[in-house]
Unconditional design. Structure first.
Length: 78
């Protein structure tokens, strides 16, 4: 299991996206390498990006295997 956080921008997340974000967070805790796609195709083990809410929100994150941690860099609501 991976630790996810911190997520400072959650206050900006609309209420209707909360259930989808909860599912995304669970996936990040269990198997983060299966979530999203590489931020840069040339660096598949670097930062990753995932959209949710039918493209209304974007999460940018990185995975630290050593610490078993998912670091959230940005949460953008479009």
């Amino acid at each position: 299991m991976y630790e996810v956080g911190p997520i400072d921008d959650l206050a900006r997340l609309p209420d209707d996206l909360a259930p989808e974000f909860a599912e995304l967070r669970t996936a990040l805790e269990l198997s983060p390498w299966t979530v999203g796609r590489p931020y840069l195709e040339s660096n598949p083990t670097g930062m990753r990006v995932e959209t949710f809410g039918r493209g209304r929100a974007l999460l940018v994150f990185g995975i630290s295997e050593y610490e078993r941690r998912v670091n959230v860099f940005d949460l953008v609501v479009l």
